[in-house]
Design a protein around this ligand. Structure first.
Ligand code: DHE
Length: 586
């Protein structure tokens, strides 16, 4: 079957899984008016879930005479449902984000029955049909409709006092080694997120043996490495940040701090002269970032991201901090503020007199990475189907590019030397099978720079990450959120030197099948190279109670090299090779 036919079949099956439940509903909807079924559309399944806030016990705000009756127990359950499933789109304070505002002036005007129908059946604008999909019971829908008529509770702030209470230096600086005390090939260690175990596995890239499993934050999210390669930073969704010293006899957490209630990003200073000096972490709640001492994690400076949206100039009470990257051109952190659409270049050379360049980019900034020269930063404004490009040398917006696809999701993206178009950066999409290649060489290829020069078709929608390496002739594209098991269990590989062909074909690697793990429907996610750039690792991400694995592929032959399996490898997702992460090689 050719690629195109296979794609059409897959698209049809994606659409039918959306349409089916509606045939049994009482609400008349036309074909174009179909609501999204939650979970079946990759982009819908990928909205933030405020899992930590969802577990917080919050009081019912001061009751008004018209408020519906709701017990404290119901309110607490409704809070959990709201934060885990609704706040990602509608905002913690219900002031709206990618979804509409649900403040009580609006919900009272709509009324109970309207809210109930809306939650049950969804809307063509993207609201999932929580009731008819079976995700929420009728009783839960009734409870959520009542909940939305009550003022939203505000989760507590998390300022310096709260941070300092959680801050611990477990191994003081003067008790740490002055030179490496182990003979590990530290630059080839992989820090592997064990998502549902709240741990990371440090795996030796050479022997493929687990060096150590380390307990970190709840639903641990990403790892980043200090410029020297010595300190590994891991952040959980609960905003717990752990700093691991790779020089110790056995890599060990030497400092820890909680920087908020919900977080996703962490980075460290990389500019010459500031290596390992600072760490910075951003949170979803409260909306802020914090600069910490790079040796102890002592919180030094907290900056709120509350402010006005770049275009409407309206106040937004909870703009979340998405990706953070360290500039190689200036002593600056590149901080992406999601809802206000601003990219902040925060100058850390003098944090007492902090200078920030605020760049107007686009709303819903999420993830991104550097081009091959490390001068330009490319970030997805995912709900706007755009990529914003920042010149980190000049500190300016260079371009805003429509990718042509639905919901770009690059991870850090992939840099390729295209046989026709020269240096390009790639992103795949959550909403469709396309991979956009964007020219990144304004000097050598000025007519191609900051344009989509080619669009490839990979396995299907639901892609999260692309990966390549300067030494490789391959581009790997995953599709872990695709509803079809065959697709979410495979990887598409394009040959870079053949991208000039009329219709470049990809090869499909059946990674989940190679892992041979039996039970479950694992998703294959996020390729990561080893230090030498000759092999690429993929997580075979199964349910928590089932066997997962990591499959190592030989980058030259595209054959399976090894499968890493261990009962301790619970829900492996992101993998961060020390050398590639510290040097931004991708
Ligand atoms: Fe992530 C990066 C946010 C769900 C695996 N993820 C990022 C970044 C952000 C983000 C802002 C960029 C960080 C940076 O560069 O500083 N992720 C979110 C969410 O809000 C979202 C959609 C839902 C949520 O509630 O958390 C989400 N992420 C996931 C997952 O479900 C993934 C697939 C599995 C997991 O482990 O949780 C996942 N996200 C990752 C990975 C990266 C990442 C592996 C880093 C990729 C890289 O190559 O750098």
């Amino acid at each position: 079957m050719d690629t195109r036919t296979r794609f059409l079949i897959r698209t049809a099956s994606l659409l039918s899984s959306v349409a089916l439940p509606l045939m049994f509903t009482a609400v008349p909807v036309s074909a174009e008016d179909k609501p999204k079924e939650h979970g079946s559309s990759p982009a819908a399944a990928y909205e933030p879930s405020m899992t930590t806030l969802g577990q917080m016990k919050l009081e019912i705000p001061g009751r008004k005479p018209d408020d519906p009756v709701m017990t404290a127990e119901e309110f607490s359950k409704a809070n959990t449902i709201y934060f885990e499933r609704c706040a990602g789109c509608h905002g913690v304070l219900r002031k709206g984000a990618t979804g509409k505002a649900l403040t009580t002036d609006i919900t009272h005007e709509r009324g109970y029955q309207h809210l109930k129908d809306f939650i049950t059946y969804g809307s063509p604008a993207g609201m999932p049909n929580w009731g008819t999909s079976g995700d929420l019971s009728e009783a839960d829908v009734d409870m959520m409709a009542r909940y939305l008529l009550i003022e939203p509770p505000q989760p507590p702030e998390f300022g310096m006092a709260e941070m300092r209470k959680t801050w611990k230096v477990l191994v003081p600086v003067d008790k740490r080694p002055t030179k490496p005390e182990n003979d590990l090939q530290r630059d080839n260690i992989f820090s592997v997120t064990l998502r549902d175990a709240g741990q990371v596995a440090l795996i030796d890239g050479g022997t493929k043996k687990i060096i150590k499993i380390i307990d970190t934050g709840y639903a641990v999210h990403i790892s980043r490495i200090s410029a020297s390669g010595r300190f590994l930073f891991v952040i959980g969704r609960d905003a717990k940040l752990d700093m691991i010293d790779l020089w110790m006899k056995e890599p060990t957490i030497v400092a820890t701090v909680k920087i908020g209630a919900e977080a996703r990003s962490i980075e460290t200073s990389k500019f010459k002269g500031f290596e390992d000096k600072y760490a910075v972490a951003g949170s979803y709640w409260p909306p802020q970032y914090v600069i910490m001492d790079g040796a102890t994690l002592e919180p030094l400076k907290i900056k709120s991201t509350r402010g006005v949206i770049y275009d409407s100039q309206e106040y937004h009470p909870e703009p979340r901090v998405a990706a953070i990257l360290a500039s190689h051109y200036r002593p600056e952190f590149i901080i992406n503020v999601k809802e206000t659409g601003k990219i902040l270049l925060v100058d850390y050379s003098d944090i007492k007199n902090l200078k920030t360049t605020e760049i107007e980019a686009e709303r819903f900034l999420h993830d991104g990475g550097l081009d091959s020269t490390k001068r330009y930063f490319l970030v997805a404004a995912n709900a706007r189907n755009k990529i914003a490009v920042i010149d980190t040398k000049e500190g300016k917006l260079t371009a805003l590019i429509e990718t042509g696809g639905q919901t770009p999701h690059p991870g850090r993206g992939a840099n390729l030397m295209h046989p026709v178009h020269g240096p390009v950066w790639a992103t795949s999409h959550l909403g469709d099978e396309t991979v956009a290649l964007i020219g990144t060489d304004p000097e050598g290829h000025p007519d191609k720079a900051w344009k989509v020069v080619q669009t490839l078709e990979a396995l299907g929608g639901g892609s999260l990450f692309v990966k390549s390496h300067p030494k490789s002739d391959h581009l790997y594209v995953d599709a872990p959120l695709n509803p079809e098991a065959e697709v979410s269990g495979s990887i598409a590989v394009f040959t870079v030197s053949k991208l000039g062909d009329k219709e470049p074909k990809y090869k499909e690697l059946p990674i989940a099948q190679w892992a041979n793990i039996g039970e479950g429907q694992p998703r294959v996610v996020q390729g990561e190279y080893n230090q030498a750039g000759d092999e690429v690792w993929f997580s075979v991400w199964n349910a928590k109670d089932k066997v997962s694995a990591i499959v190592v592929v030989d980058d030259k032959t595209l054959k399976m090299k090894t499968v890493i399996k261990d009962p301790k490898l619970i829900t492996p997702t992101g993998k961060f090779n020390v050398f590639n992460t510290r040097n931004d090689v991708y």
